[in-house]
Write a new protein. Structure first.
Length: 317
């Protein structure tokens, strides 16, 4: 199979039929063998009924229905797990991503040899204050922090080699940082392509301004995980040793001062240096324990899903 198209969605009943016809026309005109995987992330409208109808008419249409709304990252995780294509394309279901971009994205993976190609919505039709400016700031911070030189991390239209999506784990709110996850997994041949961005035709956006706050928090998380996720003791142990060293220095100073320099002075427990030494040693011990616990958790971690699939359509064991 050439291509798996993975589309997470939430309450997009107005768009689904039009999106399906558009994708099918592009796939047929280019002679691609493909599967189209819709992941219904807990929709409360008729989205799942439409997916059921499409899957009955066309076996290349497959559906995954979540028990409730778990989020885009979990939807992508489920879609990646089920995808069988050599190239995986992700896109949003709101008709703002253009399926006409798929053939060129496919060629960049198969002919030019990229591991991952991310779309860049250079010209956007979003509100300047609610999305454009926050998005620019977010992307700038992501580039500086991660070292991945992309203009638009949050673009839903991306293409991947199969090996990439099978090697990464997209959890929490990490869908924005899949290129960073891919880089950390050893897939460094990452590029981008300018893609058309279209104004939303139906409904309203499912994301508010709070997503950028969560995005920055996730950015800090992924920076930490990329630097110390496999060796937490390197961070906590280093800071723990530093704090213990400070505590030891203050304790040594207090001991020398009391024994040799000022034996008739105040009791050690009445001096501020005593409390500094005590606090530093306690913090150092706690940091060391955090490092040890991190190493134990890392070595005992088992893969687990944090979503429940309620129904599936057209998937075979």
């Amino acid at each position: 199979m050439n291509i798996s198209i993975v589309i997470p969605l939430l309450n997009e009943e107005e768009s689904l039929n039009e999106l399906y016809r558009w994708i099918a026309d592009v796939m047929q005109s280019n002679g691609f063998l493909y599967e189209l995987i819709f992941i219904d992330d807990g929709s409360t409208d008729n989205s799942w009924k439409l997916i059921e109808g499409l899957s009955e008419k066309n076996p290349t249409v497959k559906g995954i229905r979540f028990q409730k709304n778990y989020g885009k990252s979990q939807a992508l995780h489920a879609g990646f797990a089920m995808a069988k294509g050599d190239v995986i394309i992700t896109m949003d279901a709101d008709l703002q991503d253009n399926p006409e971009e798929i053939p060129e994205l496919y060629k960049m993976i198969t002919e030019e040899g990229f591991d991952l190609v991310s779309g860049w919505k250079k010209k956007r039709y979003d509100s300047l204050l609610s999305k454009n400016m926050p998005s620019k700031l977010f992307n700038y911070a992501a580039r500086k922090t991660s070292g991945v030189k992309l203009h638009d991390f949050n673009c839903g239209l991306k293409a991947y080699k199969k090996e990439v999506v099978k090697s990464i784990e997209v959890t929490g709110e990490m869908h924005r940082y899949i290129p960073v996850l891919a880089k950390n997994a050893g897939f460094s041949n990452i590029s981008e392509k300018t893609v058309l961005h279209q104004a939303r035709k139906y409904g309203t956006t499912k994301f508010g301004a709070e997503r950028f706050i969560r995005g920055f928090l996730d950015l800090i998380t992924i920076w930490f995980l990329s630097r110390f996720g496999k060796r937490p003791m390197h961070l906590f142990g280093a800071w723990g040793a530093f704090m213990l060293f400070i505590g030891f220095c203050f304790a040594l100073f207090l001991g020398i001062d009391k024994l040799f320099l000022n034996p008739a002075g105040r009791l050690i427990a009445e001096r501020p240096e005593f409390f500094i030494a005590l606090t530093a040693m306690i913090l150092g011990t706690q940091l060391f324990l955090a490092g040890f616990l991190g190493e134990l958790i890392l070595r005992s971690k088992k893969d687990s899903r944090n979503y429940i699939i309620k129904e599936q359509r057209n998937f075979k064991d």
